[in-house]
Design a protein around this ligand. Structure first.
Ligand code: UGA
Length: 437
């Protein structure tokens, strides 16, 4: 099939490259000529393992290309995927400006053709957005009738860091079609899928995405709350999680205790759902609690640093890991920023390191950056592990014991070896680890 993708961010590029790998003819659209040129030159604008290779393979096979020819690409395509950003506004509500302008651009393009076309929303949008915003906007701008333009919502379930694998081997596909035209084309597009395919209406598909992310976020906050109880009561939460995970209704996944969730999705989606519900005066105690726990959880590490060091004024604190999770350079809503700000407010001297995210982080928060974990640990009074990068988990205990002024390690991700560190003389405390005190 011939496909156009609007939005050359993380979702758009992964989606476009995956469809090209499946043999479809894909044009990734962007209004900025320099972005189109960079894409066609094989440059990948984001850090995502496997994506540069997939983009290059698509370009080499001539199945994938960047294009600025919005109107002709769309009129000649069978399907257009809207993969633009849906950021949070300051009040937590969803900003649909990019979705709205994508819909208007598609409408303008379709005004000049007669070929049947299907518009698919992949961006995460609140229930009814496809039906109440995208559909009318496209029809009004194109002057087309309902019979010649189909509409659907088809959410993505990509995790940063493993987005390529998630896109190539999805665990589920949700087709929220508003009409038979959209349903038929998306069935054909996903005909080779080896995973379950759920068909529903657009607003249900939109809700599946929000409900999934909010559930996983709630699971993390619940995990963290219980892990804190375990820590206080001398119980190792890792074993509790193992026991819970043996129940297949619970599943062992997303039961990792830590400093809380970050990223471009969970915080934004929970806030958007909560704000939209509040506007309709619907109670959302679970969503509220999910966010409350997630704000206080990283501060536990700062409280532990104070417990051990007293005043933090002038103390050198090393932050190992700044990205919201490993295998990404994304620092959006990173819990490391919550910790760094609290430490800076207490006049500590904060030195961070991260294999990918240091530059992005300094735009958020004014801390010193060390070139390596070793350099960050040199002379530190305390180290706080915020992102479980494998290279930090593999640091020999002697690095902490010998380089730090006071070998005090607070593990915000349960990534380090408690026994080995303690044997090397390191004071070690980790979230959910009983016997900390
Ligand atoms: C999340 C979802 O997992 C994807 O399914 C979804 O498609 C994506 O959002 C999206 O909406 O686009 P992502 O934000 O990339 O993906 O990252 P996750 O791997 O889900 O982790 C989110 C946060 O939860 C991270 O900060 C991670 O450290 C934290 N987490 C995760 C925990 O603290 N404990 C866990 O057990 C699992």
């Amino acid at each position: 099939m011939r496909i156009t993708v609007m939005g050359t961010g993380y979702v758009g590029l992964v989606t476009g490259a995956t469809f090209a790998a499946a043999g479809h003819d894909v044009a990734c659209l962007d209004i900025l000529p320099e972005r189109v040129a960079a894409l066609n030159a094989g440059e990948c604008p984001i850090f995502e393992p496997g994506l540069p290779e997939l983009l290059k393979a698509g370009l080499a096979s001539e199945k994938l290309r960047g294009s600025g020819e919005m109107a002709s690409e769309i009129t000649e395509a069978d399907l257009t995927f809207i993969c633009v950003g849906t950021p949070s506004r300051n009040d937590g509500s969803i900003d649909l400006a990019q979705v709205e302008s994508a819909a208007a651009a598609i409408g303008d393009a379709l005004a000049s053709g007669e070929r049947k076309h299907v518009v698919v929303v992949k961006s995460t949008v609140l229930p009814r957005t496809t039906e109440d915003l995208v559909l009318p906007r496209v029809l009004e701008r194109s002057g087309r009738d309902r019979a010649s333009v189909g509409f659907a919502m088809n959410p993505e379930f990509l995790r940063e860091g493993s987005a390529v694998a998630d896109a190539l081997q999805p665990d589920r596909i949700v087709i929220g079609a508003a009409d038979g035209l959209a349903r038929a084309r998306l069935r054909l597009l996903y005909a080779g899928a080896e995973c379950p395919v759920l068909e529903c209406d657009p607003r249900t598909a939109e809700m599946v995405k929000y409900a999934s992310n909010a559930f996983l976020a709630a699971k993390v906050s619940y995990t963290n709350e219980v892990a804190n109880l375990c820590e206080a009561w001398g119980i190792d939460f890792a074993t509790v999680a193992e026991g819970m995970g043996l129940d297949d209704r619970i599943s062992p996944r997303f039961l990792r205790a830590g400093a809380g969730f970050g990223g471009s999705c969970f915080p934004k989606d929970v806030k958007a759902l909560r704000t939209a519900a509040a506007a309709e005066k619907l109670p959302v105690a679970m969503l509220d609690a999910t966010l409350v726990v997630n704000e206080s959880q990283p501060l536990l590490l700062v409280a532990w640093a104070r417990d051990a060091l007293g005043s933090l004024k002038g103390k050198r604190i090393a932050l190992l890991g700044l990205a919201f999770k490993p295998d990404t350079d994304d620092v959006r809503e990173a819990r490391a920023a919550v910790v760094a700000r609290a430490l800076l407010d207490a006049d500590a001297s904060v030195v961070g390191c991260d294999p990918q995210a240091a530059a992005n982080f300094t735009a958020l928060c004014d801390i010193k950056i060390a070139a390596s974990a070793e350099a960050a640990l040199d002379g530190a009074d305390c180290a706080i592990l915020m992102t479980e990068w494998p290279e930090y988990a593999a640091l020999p205990p002697a690095v902490f014991a010998e380089r730090m002024a006071r070998p005090l390690v607070l593990d915000g991700r349960r990534a380090l070896d408690a026994k080995a560190l303690r044997n090397a003389g390191v004071e070690y405390r980790a979230i959910g680890l009983g016997g900390n005190k």
